[in-house]
Ligand binder design. Structure first.
Ligand code: ATP
Length: 300
């Protein structure tokens, strides 16, 4: 069977590093939101040719280093079903290494797709558990929507959906290293933290201005200290009428939340020529069971 599935990017409405776990990983507390920007994956099973990946972006590895490859392995290991050849064509639209969980969401989409194709009917929690063996952001990407994420990101509780609005994502051209950001945070005392309860309350009230006012990411200060462009992008987004703006994940993508669509479009037009990658999108709801496009045609 051949199926197509959209793999949505995520943003962090809040991100806090609250401690260190006994295994040395950082303990996080984040409000995560899926957005309409997505990669498209076409998956075909029963090809008899092992795991074969293709991608339209040549920098992305198409071997066992791709998170999709790891996700396929993890699914067949967990299900006990013998793998009889899987081809996946990945059409990347989500900027890579951007703080938008591009790789994690592809992995999550493949796990959900294989569960559908093989009719294994794993529960959401079981799918998340398989996802966690691939990466910490994969469990959230399995479910999507609006979630409070704790632990390394795998302890998930749904929050009220984000009200509809326009979100402008702006990714500058410099790379950031997530381990560097964590190490820098370890060396400093975090003096200002997001008010996660205020964000959850703003979501349940459906207050866009409340959400905008509660946006905060403890990683932003570290990245912005090295790269003043982060502060510069935030300033421009606010100048163009964003209700609030913040960096997503370990960056470098900064996003602004707009109630006014035409202001967001004006910001898009102005920022597009200035930055490596600029996208307009909207909040996305949680993933449903029926959001696959199926076809028996061969993958070309
Ligand atoms: P996060 O927000 O979870 O930190 P990110 O958006 O910063 O993720 P990704 O786009 O997921 O970063 O890419 C991180 C690394 O993963 C890159 O070095 C990339 O080569 C590798 N990678 C492996 N598989 C994929 C994939 N399917 N899509 C994108 N990157 C992938």
């Amino acid at each position: 069977m051949r199926i197509s599935i959209a793999a949505h990017a995520k943003i962090n409405l809040t991100l806090d590093v609250v401690g260190k776990l006994p295994n040395g990983y950082h303990e996080l507390c984040m409000v995560m939101q899926s957005v309409s920007l997505h990669d498209m994956l076409s998956l075909e099973t029963g090809t008899d040719a092992g795991i074969v990946l293709r991608c339209n972006v040549k920098e992305i590895p198409c071997d066992e280093h791709n998170l999709v490859y790891k996700a396929i392995r993890a699914f067949y290991e967990a299900s006990g079903i013998p793998e009889s050849g899987v081809s996946v064509a990945i059409e990347k639209r989500i900027p890579v290494m951007a703080g938008l969980a591009g790789g994690s969401t592809d992995a999550a989409a493949v796990i959900r797709a294989l569960d559908f194709v093989h009719n294994t009917r794993f529960s959401e929690a079981e799918l998340q558990k398989i996802g966690l063996t691939v990466g910490a952001d994969v469990p959230f990407c399995i479910s999507g929507g609006t979630m409070l994420a704790r632990g390394v990101g795998e302890v998930l509780s749904p929050l009220s959906p984000m009200p509809d609005c326009t979100i402008l994502l702006v990714k500058p051209g410099f790379p950031v290293s997530t381990p560097y950001v964590f190490a820098a945070l370890d060396r400093m005392e975090i003096t200002h933290r997001p008010d996660t309860a205020a964000m959850a309350a703003a979501l349940s009230e459906g207050s866009l201005s409340g959400i905008a006012g509660a946006l905060y990411n403890v990683m932003e200060g570290v990245t912005a200290a090295e790269h003043p462009e982060i502060g510069e992008i935030k300033r421009q987004l606010l100048e163009y009428g964003a209700l609030g703006a913040v960096m997503s994940g370990s960056g470098p993508t900064v996003f602004g939340i707009f109630a006014d669509k035409s202001a967001a479009h004006a910001a898009y037009t102005a920022l597009l020529p200035r930055y490596q990658s600029v996208h307009l999108c909207r909040p996305s709801p949680a993933n449903g069971t029926g959001d696959f496009l199926t076809s028996t045609a061969a993958l070309r």
